[in-house]
Design a protein around this ligand. Structure first.
Ligand SMILES: [Zn+2]
Length: 367
């Protein structure tokens, strides 16, 4: 599965980096604090999952949105996902010094969505940013900074600020006011930080598999098929029996606005054949229960025909989004599954796929 071209590419990049180091060490990190990066205390909890492997989860002091994973190797560090803004990635790099003094050498983008890749620009030329070639193409085409999910996020920021400002006007309690004022500062920081994004695409890409050998550690970057997007990468540490899944696999159903819904369950089937004990998702806490994968596959396989039936009946997108019921899956996913309705973006995407004549994985579609 390992392609000679990608190995060669990484080898050459390694040579290039080493030769640069011999003369003028290239920067690994942006030195100046980017806009919106002021916060109190810590921005991240670093959960130690294995020796030298940490799951970085936001504390809420700064909007970081996705999780990242920190893999500390013999001589360097690999980070999986760069968070939502330069400010969030900068905070991660600052707090990383609490657990290691080794230099960051690689950042992996599990996929192109803004909340996983918009911190890329804070990493200097000494850091190789790795992703699927689909991820690079999508980011080069501006897809990480446009589309339904991005618009929802950017429209949500002023609405959140307005809502908090109104709450403040009607709140007299001093402690409550302090809490709202803090939330307002966090939201305003996020607005500034989001405005400073200049999306940077992966600089090293692959199609199927890329393996990094760093000291005694093997880091396998795998594309198992389309799912949450057209280029989801999972990071497998076989010796540590860990799997880092981005949004391809969360503890519950993931965002579907750019998904290849019919193929996703098959991709998860391939994922199940890997050896691992612990899953580090792109959102939420690490988990070990592999039955969750079965439940998500069942959800995806149930969703498609239900939406296809509504599409065939000519039910409009918004109506389908409020009337469809996936409630029978609530026993596995709890209150995240209402009696009626799902995210309108999921319906929109499935309608789009059906309208395009999408039937199988060979279908060609834009991200
Ligand atoms: Zn995503």
């Amino acid at each position: 599965m390992k392609t000679p071209s990608t190995s060669l590419c990484v080898f050459m990049v390694g040579l290039l980096t080493l030769s640069c180091f011999a003369h003028d060490p290239p920067r690994a990190v942006q030195r100046a604090e980017p806009p919106g990066a002021t916060y109190e205390g810590r921005a991240f909890h670093f959960y130690k999952i294995r020796e030298d492997v940490f799951h970085a989860v936001g504390t809420g002091e700064l909007d970081v949105i996705c999780n990242s994973t920190i893999i500390i190797n013999e001589h360097d560090v690999l980070i999986v996902d760069s968070h939502v803004t330069p400010a969030a990635a900068w905070a991660l790099q600052k707090e990383l010094k609490l657990i290691t003094s080794k230099p960051i050498r690689y950042v992996v983008n599990t996929h192109y969505h803004y909340d996983h890749a918009h911190g890329n620009q804070t990493f200097g030329p000494a850091v190789e940013i790795i992703g699927h070639e689909f991820t690079r193409q999508a980011m080069m085409a501006g897809k990480s900074a446009s589309g339904l999910a991005y618009d929802r996020m950017t429209c949500g920021i002023p609405a959140r600020i307005d809502g908090l400002a109104k709450q403040l006007e009607t709140t007299a309690d001093v402690n409550q006011r302090l809490k709202i004022e803090k939330q307002l500062r966090i939201a305003e920081n996020f607005k500034r930080a989001a405005a400073s994004v200049d999306a940077k695409a992966p600089t090293t890409t692959f199609r199927k598999q890329l393996v990094l050998h760093r000291g005694s550690r093997e880091i396998r970057l795998l594309f198992l098929g389309r799912g949450h997007t057209g280029g989801d990468v999972v990071v497998h540490l076989p010796r540590e029996r860990l799997l880092i899944t981005g949004d391809l696999l969360l503890a519950g159903p993931s965002y579907m606005g750019n998904a290849f819904v019919l193929e996703w369950a098959d991709t998860l089937q391939r994922l199940k054949s890997l050896d691992f004990d612990t899953i580090l998702p792109g959102h939420g806490m690490a988990f070990e229960d592999r039955h969750r994968i079965d439940h998500i596959q069942a959800y995806l396989r149930d969703l498609w025909p239900k939406v296809a039936a509504l599409h065939a009946q000519g039910v409009p997108v918004n109506k389908a989004a409020t009337t469809i019921s996936m409630y029978e899956h609530a026993e596995h996913f709890g209150s995240s599954i209402p009696r009626h309705g799902i995210d309108v973006h999921a319906i929109q995407r499935i309608y789009e796929l059906l309208d395009s004549g999408y039937k199988h994985k060979a279908a060609k579609l834009t991200p």
